[in-house]
Design a protein. Structure first.
Length: 66
């Protein structure tokens, strides 16, 4: 991610979604364990429209390669 941005987003395995999103889950140790680096082979980077920089823009084209 470093060539793209200085912060890494949280990327969770689908099996961890419920635990992460459960507001009743206050087990910080268990939640912290979900914060592990994503496998580089599972990610693909491609250029997208600069329109992604505007919070007013919400369109399917934002995730299409340019």
């Amino acid at each position: 991610m470093m060539p793209i941005h200085d912060r890494m987003p949280v990327i969770l395995a689908p099996g961890d979604y419920d635990a992460w999103l459960d507001p009743a889950n206050v087990n910080a140790e268990m939640l912290r364990a979900l914060l592990r680096p994503a496998e580089a082979d599972d990610m693909v980077a491609y250029l997208v429209s600069r329109a992604v920089n505007s919070s007013r823009t919400d369109a399917p084209m934002l995730v299409e390669p340019v």
